[in-house]
Design a protein around this ligand. Structure first.
Ligand code: ADP
Ligand code: MG
Length: 569
């Protein structure tokens, strides 16, 4: 009968959902609309968790960080043209950061787009996405979507991870085929990120260089945290006794309080080391490209572990490139060290420790001041105690001074607990990262946000309230970008471009959606409010009043601002 015949059919909508489920992808970060509204509804109906956002960039950032946390591609689903473009920023950012992610966008009819006849939301999305991600695919026929999604997963996860674009034109979704054929067309990806074993000669070369070191240093990057081989990395570091410096998102692979952590002696170890082993960290702007003043005058030898061969020699010569996945490379190094492998020389480790103790002692009193208005140090001193007491909480962090100072002040104790602006230093990741961190891990999330940084994704506090997520947002409110003290040089009525509404009450935004809003002016109040939020698990936003004069232009990277040499009369 007609009913039975209907049951035997499937279509593009259902095949997308089935292909994702077959590959253990159970969450989609989306902004629904034409042509993917029904896909969102059906996905939820089929047991996929569909988290719906207010803006695609935030959904995309959520998918990207879900990929980082789980090693499975995070899925972002958007509508065509403008929705796609909004999501594309996050896809490009994911690719830059080496996070596996798939942006799936609906698109308009090919025939009309290609003849440029002016369709609803007409845009050649595939062509636009291509240069901004690792791979881009389009599926025109329902029977190809199984292969399309398999290719997308492989491209996102294998080798150096990154962002993938998958284009699904509106017509695709309602194409019908029999359920049996449909099922057969699906592909379960076997071993999406195959091990890449380093060559024995490359391992020996790296060990020889390491052995020759008098002042060795290990730099851990977010590739090392992504790899989820924390025990092996700890074994390598403890066996060699080498001081280690974590890049911001690598903090916590080993605790920042580990005796070999050189975090508080960063400038000393960069300057004075003679052999530097990079593990999943790039010598990009965040490490001054491996040269110049911050690297001192001592000649350096670099050993680099990376899955991407082209990363070698990108900025300076790498004397011992070790290409492979971090787990395999670190295991091979450990396997090549005999039981009498000598620890790093004690005059070096002693000098690093002395510097570190001195810097920590110098910082300590600044973190214990309870005065109002708060400055960055006193407010961060309070948050530092919170993370110490709750090491399993996830810290999301963006801003200028809020970012730079939190990175140094808040110690991390567990891997993959610090999520921040990453390789681009981009603002706007805050609420997307916070939502996905809560969804993917179920752990409490503390998002420490500059007031300006928060503005880029602030509407997602509604999303946080809607899904009742255990997210506590703390806004460091100093009335503006960098500082809140600029004045209009003409004396005119418009406020200066870097200044916001004075004494704004961001906490009221949270109350508008049923969350908890708190206004605090001292570190003690801040600490109490965050503790209460984390105990309750209720969506909370704390407006933390910071002295508008506190902070410096652009935080630590003021030198990147071009300077005018012209004085206008
Ligand atoms: P950070 O900003 O913390 O220095 P980067 O993003 O610059 O980190 O560097 C991460 C590096 O890690 C990239 O070059 C990437 O190719 C590499 N990488 C990512 N995952 C792996 C892995 N599983 N094995 C080896 N290298 C990896
Ligand atoms: Mg500010």
């Amino acid at each position: 009968d007609a009913n039975a015949a209907e049951q035997e059919l499937t279509d593009g909508f259902h095949l997308v959902i089935d292909a994702l489920k077959l590959n253990d992808i159970n969450t989609i970060y989306a902004v629904p609309g034409i042509p993917i509204s029904d896909l969102c509804r059906m996905a939820q109906g089929e047991g996929i968790r569909v988290i719906s956002f207010r803006h695609e960039q935030n959904a995309g950032n959520a998918a990207a960080i879900a990929g980082y946390l789980t090693k499975k591609p995070g899925i972002c689903l958007t509508v065509s043209a403008p929705g796609f473009l909004n999501g594309l920023t996050a896809l490009a950012n994911a690719t830059t950061n080496c996070f596996p992610m798939i942006l799936i966008s609906g698109s308009s009819e090919r025939e009309i787009v290609d003849l440029q006849q002016g369709d609803y939301e007409e845009m050649d999305q595939l062509a636009i996405a291509k240069p901004l991600c690792k791979a881009a695919f389009r599926v025109l026929h329902a029977q190809d979507v199984g292969i399309g999604i398999a290719r997308a997963i492989r491209a996102a996860c294998s080798g150096r991870p990154g962002g993938v674009y998958l284009d699904l034109p509106a017509k695709f979704f309602s194409q019908v085929m029999t359920a049996e054929e449909g099922n057969k067309s699906l592909v379960k990806v076997i071993d999406a990120a195959p091990e890449q074993i380093p060559a024995p000669s490359a391992v020996k070369r790296a060990l020889d260089v390491l052995k020759s070191a008098k002042r060795p240093l290990i730099i851990l990057g977010k590739g090392a945290s992504y790899a989820q081989v924390d025990d092996k990395i700890r074994e390598l570091i403890e066996k060699t006794g080498i001081p280690f410096l974590p890049m911001s998102m690598a903090k916590g692979i080993l605790p920042d309080t580990h005796p070999q952590s050189a975090g508080a002696a960063r400038s000393t170890v960069l300057k004075d080391s003679d052999v530097v082993m990079l593990i999943g960290a790039r010598l990009n702007w965040l490490l001054s490209h491996g040269k110049g003043k911050s690297w001192g005058s001592e000649p350096k030898k670099f050993i680099q572990i990376d899955i991407e061969p082209k990363e070698m020699d990108s900025n300076v010569e790498i004397v011992a490139p070790l290409v492979g996945d971090i787990g395999s490379c670190v295991s091979a190094l450990l396997g090549g060290m005999d039981s009498k492998w000598a620890k790093a020389p004690s005059d070096w480790t002693g000098a690093v420790n002395a510097k570190k103790e001195a810097n920590i002692a110098k910082m300590a009193p600044k973190l214990m001041n309870n005065a109002s208005p708060m400055n960055y140090h006193s407010a961060l001193g309070a948050l530092r105690d919170i993370i110490k007491a709750r090491p399993d909480a996830i810290l999301v962090n963006e801003g200028a001074n809020t970012l730079d100072l939190a990175r140094g002040i808040i110690d991390m104790y567990q891997p993959r607990k610090r999520l921040d602006v990453g390789t681009w230093g981009v603002m706007g990741i805050g609420m997307g990262f916070a939502v996905a961190a809560a969804v993917e891990t179920g752990k409490p999330v503390l998002a420490v946000e500059g007031d300006s940084a928060f503005g880029f994704s602030g509407m997602e506090v509604e999303t946080i309230c809607r899904y009742n997520l255990p997210v506590c947002v703390v806004i460091f409110n100093n009335n503006g970008i960098y500082r809140g003290t600029d004045v209009n040089p003409t004396g005119g009525a418009d406020v200066a471009p870097m200044v916001f509404v004075k004494d704004a009450r961001y906490d009221k935004m949270m109350e508008a959606f049923g969350g908890v809003g708190v206004h605090v002016t001292t570190p003690d109040e801040l600490k109490r409010a965050v503790s209460a939020a984390m105990d309750s698990g209720k969506p909370t936003l704390i407006n933390a009043v910071i002295d508008p004069a506190a902070g410096t232009e652009s935080g630590n990277i003021g030198s990147l601002n071009p300077q005018s040499v012209v004085v206008k009369k």
